[in-house]
Design a protein around this ligand. Structure first.
Ligand code: SF4
Length: 359
């Protein structure tokens, strides 16, 4: 076990080192509180910060915290946790790889071992798929599609790439993003693990803590986050139409209004969001929104599914993520889950700041 393994615990050589040391994971979780504590930190930071934190100095402890964290994620066994954990391990690895490539001073001073791009490509069997060119890199289209599929943003769509003879040109930064995806897939691979009862019993308190954090996070996200840039394409389109003062059919108005109430917007917020257009009818909007949220009716309405949206012609501008979800709320939740912290700026906070600047 060495520093490189502790910094990049997903490497095959790190796994082999743990195996060669004949580590008994049950004994580790029952006797080594520091390993368990660091493992819990990995998982909690994945939920709270989207990374797994700074490595500890003790190589063995840092390296062993990775398999224990995977065990913990497996015991809790929630899809959103597994996804966020794998993304966080990959985000931290990405940051360290970038640091390794730019900052040799720190590595020398800490005695840490860095990893080369060539070694990373070999690790993920990508050596034959990537070619260095004077302008940057070229990646085989099959490998590109495999790794870029989960990247959001139009720039990753193949139609927006200059595909030439089966290869996609990439900058070094973009190549490292694909490596990050390879790390994410490696971390997620095999999860959830089948965990012996003896280990599960030892980690009960940590499981409870992760579940609590998860519950807090879901509550916060489900109820109250308004980030129009992350709305599904259909809702962005409908909101745009409303704000331009275009007439919307009843079903379209119903769809956007139920979506906005479901993500926690009050009637006043919705009126504020709609009224950038001078022709908008405040009273009709208030009436409709209050009706939808169940204040003037016996029913609280939910937004329509993608299938219903499609049948009314309200499903427009579908993107890659649309292919994998069946409800606009699921789209929005996934976008929020995957967004960087600085992307998740609530519309109401921005509006509040703008108002206080103009008053
Ligand atoms: S697939 Fe669903 S989320 Fe995507 S645009 Fe259509 S209705 Fe909206």
């Amino acid at each position: 076990m060495n520093q490189l393994h502790a910094r990049y615990p997903f490497l095959e050589s790190a796994r082999a080192a743990v195996q060669a040391a004949d580590v008994d994971l049950a004994a580790v979780v029952s006797r080594d509180g520091a390993v368990v504590e660091r493992a819990l930190e990995r998982v909690e930071r994945a939920l709270d910060e989207g990374d797994v934190g700074e490595p500890r100095r003790r190589t063995r402890m840092e390296l062993l915290s990775y398999p224990v964290a995977r065990v913990l994620v497996s015991l809790v066994d929630e899809h959103v946790l597994t996804r966020k954990y794998a993304r966080a391990e990959a985000a931290t690895a990405h940051e360290r790889i970038e640091r390794d490539r730019t900052d040799t001073t720190e590595l020398k001073s800490t005695g840490a071992e860095s990893i080369t791009l060539g070694a990373l490509l070999a690790e993920f069997d990508l050596t034959d798929d990537i070619r260095e060119t004077p302008e940057g890199y070229r990646v085989d289209v099959g490998a590109y599609l495999h790794l870029a599929a989960d990247e959001w943003g139009d720039e990753w769509r193949l139609v927006n790439r200059d595909l030439q003879t089966g290869e996609v040109p990439l900058s070094e930064g973009e190549l490292l993003v694909l490596v990050r995806q390879a790390v994410r897939k490696r971390v997620a691979d095999g999860l959830p693990l089948s965990v012996p009862d003896a280990i599960g019993d030892e980690l009960e308190a940590e499981m409870a803590q992760v579940r609590e954090t998860l519950a807090d996070l879901e509550l916060m996200r489900d109820i109250d986050t308004v980030v129009p840039d992350l709305f599904p394409p259909c809702m962005r389109y409908l909101l745009d139409q409303v704000q331009k003062g275009e007439h919307l059919e009843h079903h379209s108005r119903f769809a956007i209004a139920t979506f906005l109430t479901s993500i926690g917007m009050s009637t006043d917020d919705i009126v504020d969001m709609f009224q950038v257009n001078p022709g908008f009818g405040e009273e009709a909007t208030r009436y409709q929104v209050n009706h939808i949220r169940g204040e003037t009716s016996a029913t609280q309405y939910s937004p329509p599914s993608c299938a219903t949206m499609q049948s009314y012609g309200d499903c427009v501008n579908m993107d890659d993520l649309c292919e994998r979800i069946s409800h606009p709320m699921a789209y929005y939740e996934q976008k929020l889950d995957g967004a960087d912290e600085d992307e998740v700026v609530d519309w109401r906070e921005r509006e509040g700041e703008a108002e206080s600047q103009t008053s």
